[in-house]
Design a protein around this ligand. Structure first.
Ligand code: ASP
Ligand code: MG
Length: 407
């Protein structure tokens, strides 16, 4: 007998019929001889609607009250799921985050999980129940309701799995798993069978977001192996786990793309201590999130600094930087949008050579110009013209043979 945590996202519980499907599915898991804990999100659209309602009654609702409000979304789903299971003749009990023993920090609307005391969950399981826990919520040590940040039900599932030492944690969603590239762009993209936490995190941060990154970080920290799979079919999904030696044999796990990027270049920045700090502190104070940064070697006492950011942030960045460009004595600020980032990700890059060369060659074969390059231990990323991103993704995907086998 195994102890299994199954998490269902908003789309998977989006209407009564889907809730009944979830009920049947978890009953099936139980009837195979397992104990089942179910974590659910709010029905799709519900959290957004609640946020809208709050804004309709107040321009600036308090975060404490926001949490009281938002927690009702998941509370609705746990009750309905428990009723659906009971209606199908099996024992089920719903628990709020607090009742499941999830204690969080006091940071309303983005609380961190501090501890979990899952006694009540375990007791309910022992009594033969399927236990349904509300995702995305907990309570402070003083007993105020908190929420864990948007997408936080994933975190609940991972954290509960760690706390009850589940044998298996399954994240059911509306996609089949993690793919070698977006299948809408690369037709023969294949499902990845196994991926390491670090690769999953790199892919998420470079555009292939399947799950909230915080949940993946939490899983890594506590060694929770989990599977991302679809609630609409029975196909096996993608296993996300600690890296193994055999994983390194694959050089590139996947290709991520991110559109809507922009780049800013500040030219002839005087090469002296403090200028980069001045530029990036200004951006940080304005709340602009920066991605790649490239500084050239200085020639005759000055250098060029370029960075990329989301296109939406460009006006804010330019407004903040214009006075600074003059102040530090740089000559000009150039900006450009219409660019995109393509990244290849894989832990195998640590132990293989020629990976970047192969990436550049495949782009050159398509006469695609590389505007910027950046690397990390397990990622190589390039900035190219946005209009050519689909072509580039296909070329690179092909060059690394990601279409067929990708264990
Ligand atoms: N209902 C919350 C949200 O929409 C949490 C979740 O779905 O994971 O962000
Ligand atoms: Mg959600």
């Amino acid at each position: 007998m195994a102890l299994i945590v199954q998490k269902f996202g908003g789309t998977s519980v989006g209407n009564p019929e889907r809730i009944l499907n979830v009920a049947r599915r978890v009953i099936e898991t139980q009837s195979q001889g397992n104990q089942v804990v179910v974590v659910v999100s709010a029905m799709s659209g519900v959290t957004d609607n609640l946020i809208k309602l709050a804004r309709d009654v107040s321009p600036n609702p308090s975060e404490r009250e926001m949490d009281v409000l938002l927690a009702t979304g998941e509370q609705t789903t746990i009750a309905l799921t428990a009723m659906a299971i009971a209606g199908l003749g099996k024992k089920a009990v719903s628990l709020t985050g607090a009742q499941a023993g999830i204690v969080t920090s006091e940071t309303h609307t983005k609380a961190k999980i501090a501890t979990i005391s899952p006694e009540r969950v375990l007791e309910a399981l022992e009594e033969g129940n399927i236990v349904i826990i509300a995702g995305f919520q907990g309570e402070t040590a003083e007993g105020s309701i908190t929420t864990l940040g948007r997408g936080g039900s994933d975190l609940t599932a991972i954290a509960i799995s760690a706390a009850i030492k589940a044998d298996l944690c399954q994240i059911f969603t509306d996609v089949d798993g993690v793919y070698t590239c977006d299948p809408r762009i690369v037709k023969n993209a294949s499902k990845i069978q196994e991926i390491s936490y670090d690769e999953m995190l790199e892919m998420a941060s470079s555009g292939s977001k399947v799950m909230q990154s915080r949940s993946v970080e939490f899983a890594k920290k506590f060694g929770v192996t989990f599977e991302v799979r679809s609630s609409f079919n029975y196909n096996p999904g993608t296993i996300v786990k600690e890296e193994t030696e055999s994983m390194e044999a694959v050089v590139v796990r996947g290709v991520s793309i991110e559109k809507n990027q922009a780049k800013v270049t500040i030219s002839h920045v005087p090469d002296k201590p403090g200028t980069a700090a001045r530029i990036f502190t200004t951006l940080a104070t304005s709340g602009v999130i920066i991605d790649m940064i490239v500084q050239n070697v200085s020639v005759e006492g000055s250098t060029d600094i370029s960075f990329t950011l989301s296109k939406d942030e460009l006006p804010k960045a330019k407004a903040a930087l214009e006075p600074v460009v003059k102040e530090v004595g740089a000559s000009a600020l150039h900006s450009q949008d219409g660019i995109a980032k393509l990244s290849i990700v894989g832990i195998g890059m640590r132990s293989h050579s020629g990976v970047a060369a192969k990436l550049f060659e495949s782009l050159s074969a398509g006469s695609i110009n590389i505007q910027m390059i950046s690397t990390s231990e397990i990622k190589t990323a390039v900035i190219i013209e946005e209009g050519r991103i689909a072509e580039a993704a296909n070329l690179v995907h092909e060059a690394f043979h990601l279409g067929q086998a990708s264990a």
